[in-house]
Ligand binder design. Structure first.
Ligand code: HDD
Length: 751
């Protein structure tokens, strides 16, 4: 509904009485009572003018060419019709022979409605089924014409519309957002030379080296086929059975078991193209490139206990976070960077750049920033846009080409292929969200659900009847990089692919102490869910090749002795270029230091001190934080000074894991009431255990004491004071900007 007033104007359904007995034999009143759409009311989405970016198109910018407005429907002020436009008189009852008689087959209106409903679902994606998306734009920093002729990088300031979908990998469409998993980071660029899809993840490497193993990997991680469990989780026998037999997965396992596997927000994670691609310039010269997205807000993650609790309290946590930020005008932003490598350089590395289980350390090849991406509009319709968007690694544009990475080769086939089943035929690219912003001309015809009405009698080339059109573009079109290729047909892999552990060790060794501990804890958790001892043992044997500290920590957590290390595929050690890469720690990207969009809970109950509550609340809001007043229930509470304060959420519906920080204001009666409420104590304990910033003022401190927060040890990120003075509030703001306070962590948790 557009406005609250409309709801108030419709206290009950006045049409209801007409549905029964004699009255039902007469046609209903024409107009709906209280039509919920009021003129002038609009959401952020509806006021945008550019269909793909949401912005007013600027001159010289890729203006979209009319697909989305043409298909957008808005029923404000409209009467109801069938799918064929026939006005519907009555949408309440089926057509019957007598009020108590049988329903009639000729009721085409009922049948149309039920038939359409019966077919509303399409197959979910085989992987990455759970996702959320947004529109936005990419803006190039410079002309990259020396490197690539891709038109989106042609000049500084050039904007290209994008649609971006984030996802988890293993879970089904309705599964929770905060599962431990890699996250998909798929970007569709609607360039003026056609669509380019950069279908990446938030992790720069992958589990396997060859597409041949992808179905095996996915079968292993998905719910086990006999009983369909567990949902959206890798903590089970078949996954670890496969992994422990596939040592090439060691590096990716380090990333997924690290905090990267449980990001705080889609807005706070990096993205990577993973494979080496090629940039090709107008002269036909090629460089290898790796793509990196870096979030302006920095890289931040949950802790495991928090992620588990969020999945119960709000399974849509990441979807809501992205949606709300964009609706609030807090547009998420990433910088795109590339690592550029010449063919000769590529040869010189200790690893193969065609191996997707390896990254190129930033210390070896720095990341060059080339543009920024802003997401500034939510989709109008989840199904039409987020569900029907079809990303394909085969979608490249002139200036961007593939490398010979054997994982990428399989992907080039798989994505187009899967859309044909998922979206019901070969014309899926005509769906508005998938259509390019440039016109499409070729001789492909017909197929299921064809939208275009092709004119003329020519659908072949060469032709003379249509003057040879559509004509070939020659060197203006996509010209594949002419890489000379020679070799025997062989099923196998290059030598360097056999080295599986150097970069897994590099990743583990480059983590901060608490990050290393989180990897150990994650593996302890996952392997404790494995029921077959041999699989635990084999995984431990694999971990020994990564780090003795890691393997010992996990073994201790499982109460197991350390087995012999797993024999290596390549027993000859290969010297790695570096042994420490600070860029691999989440701490390398703290963000811009602001607390914008951070969610802060202020606890309240009757008798709360309104002055301290309001002082903290206004100071936080001035910094862009989102403040929620959390009460034992929602609704009004009398403050100590007699004023009335409204709790907008409750301890029950919005528990601590959903927040970034906690404030307990002054007020003796409120503190006493909260101390007697187990949910408030749990709120404090969870906030403390999850390393969040906590501010307690005056009597609010008693709640922390009652919750066993060890105040005497002056834990980091816990601030106390007798009044809400500015210095105290500044401490809180600085604490929230740090994201969380891992120095409080103990194993097991004290609180
Ligand atoms: Fe994939 C979906 C990312 C390897 C086959 N993949 C999919 C999506 C992302 C990725 C982000 C969701 C796109 C969306 O939001 O709609 N996939 C990756 C990355 C990989 C990778 C970063 C390794 C570098 N994928 C990979 C391989 C294969 C596939 C090796 C098959 C040979 N992926 C698919 C798929 C999906 C898919 C079956 C399922 C739904 C879809 O494509 O549209 O074709």
């Amino acid at each position: 509904r557009a406005t609250g007033e409309t709801v108030d104007a419709m206290p009950h359904n006045a049409n209801k009485a007409d549905e029964y007995g004699e009255a039902s034999s007469k046609p209903r009143q024409g107009a709906a009572v209280g039509c919920p759409f009021s003129v002038g009311a609009s959401t952020v989405s509806e006021t945008n003018t550019n269909e793909k970016t949401g912005d007013a198109p600027e001159q010289g910018v890729n203006a979209a060419s009319g697909h989305l407005p043409r298909v957008r429907a808005d029923s404000g002020g409209q009467g109801m019709t069938t799918n064929l436009g026939v006005p519907i008189a009555d949408n309440q009852s089926s057509l019957k022979a007598g009020l108590r008689g049988p329903a009639l087959l000729k009721d085409f209106i009922l049948r149309e409605k039920i038939t359409h409903f019966d077919h509303e679902r399409i197959p979910e994606r085989i992987v990455h089924a759970r996702g959320s998306a947004a529109h936005g734009y990419f803006e190039s920093y410079d002309s990259l014409q020396d490197l690539t002729c891709a038109s989106l990088f042609a000049e500084a300031g050039k904007q290209t519309p994008v649609f971006v979908r984030f996802s988890t990998v293993a879970g089904e469409r309705g599964s929770k957002d905060t599962a431990r998993d890699a996250r998909g980071f798929a970007v569709k660029f609607y360039t003026d030379q056609g669509n380019w899809d950069l279908v990446g993840n938030n992790i720069p490497v992958f589990f396997i080296q060859d597409a041949m193993k992808f179905p095996d990997l996915v079968h292993a991680v998905k719910p086990e086929p006999h009983h369909g469990m567990p949902q959206a989780a890798s903590a089970h026998d078949t996954f670890w059975d496969f992994i422990s037999l596939m040592p090439e997965s060691a590096h990716m396992i380090m990333w997924v078991m690290s905090d990267r596997g449980i990001p705080r927000s889609y807005r706070m994670m990096q993205g990577f193209g993973v494979h080496s691609f090629r940039f090709v310039n107008a002269a036909g010269e090629s460089h290898f490139v790796k793509f990196h997205w870096s979030p302006k807000l920095g890289t931040h993650s949950h802790v495991w206990d928090e992620a588990v609790k969020i999945s119960g309290a709000d399974p849509d946590f990441h979807r809501r976070d992205l949606w709300e930020a964009i609706e609030a005008g807090e547009y998420p932003e990433w910088e795109l960077g590339v690592q550029v490598i010449s063919e000769a350089e590529a040869e010189s590395f200790s690893f193969d750049i065609l191996d997707s289980t390896k990254l190129i350390p930033e210390e070896l090849v720095p990341v060059r920033p080339i543009g920024r991406m802003v997401l500034n509009r939510n989709p109008d319709n989840f199904f039409a846009e987020t569900e029907q968007v079809a990303f394909c690694t085969a979608h490249v544009v002139p200036g961007i080409d593939f490398s010979n990475d054997p994982l990428l080769a399989g992907r080039i086939h798989s994505y187009v292929d899967t859309q044909i089943t998922r979206l019901g035929g070969a014309n899926f690219q005509e769906l508005p969200i998938n259509a390019p912003v440039v016109p499409v001309h070729n001789n492909q015809r017909d197929g299921m659900h064809r939208q275009t009405i092709h004119r003329g009698r020519v659908a072949y080339e060469p032709n003379s009847l249509a003057g040879g059109c559509p004509f070939q573009n020659g060197e203006m079109g996509f010209v594949p990089f002419p890489e000379p290729i020679q070799g025997d047909e062989v099923r196998g892999k290059p030598e360097k692919f056999a080295e599986h552990y150097n970069q897994a060790s590099l990743f583990f060794n480059s983590q901060a102490d608490h990050e290393q501990q989180h990897i150990i804890d994650a593996l302890r958790f996952e392997l404790s869910k494995v029921t077959v001892p041999g699989i635990r043992n084999r995984t431990l044997a694999m971990l020994r090749n990564i780090s003795e500290t890691l393997a010992q920590g996990v073994a201790d957590g499982l109460g197991m002795p350390l087995p012999e290390p797993l024999p290596k595929a390549n027993p000859q050690p290969i010297a790695a270029e570096i042994e420490d890469s600070p860029a691999l720690s989440l701490l390398a990207r703290p963000g811009d230091g602001s607390i914008r969009t951070r969610q802060v809970a202020i606890l309240l109950a009757a008798g709360v001190d309104a002055t301290s509550l309001q002082a903290v609340s206004s100071a936080l809001q001035a910094e862009g934080a989102v403040v929620r007043l959390v009460g034992p229930r929602v609704g009004p509470f009398n403050a100590a000074d007699g004023s009335v304060i409204e709790a907008d959420c409750s301890l029950e519906n919005q528990p601590a894991p959903l927040f970034d920080a906690l404030v307990v204001p002054d007020g003796q009666d409120a503190s006493t009431a909260l101390q007697a409420d187990g949910r408030a104590l749990e709120f404090v304990r969870d906030s403390f255990r999850h390393g969040k910033s906590i501010l307690a003022i005056g009597a609010g401190t008693q709640l922390l004491e009652k919750a066993d927060v060890p105040l005497q040890s002056a834990p980091a990120g816990v601030y106390e004071g007798s009044s809400a003075d500015q210095a105290l509030i500044d401490q809180l703001i600085a604490g929230i900007a740090q994201h969380r306070h891992p120095s409080r962590e103990t194993n097991p948790p004290q609180v």
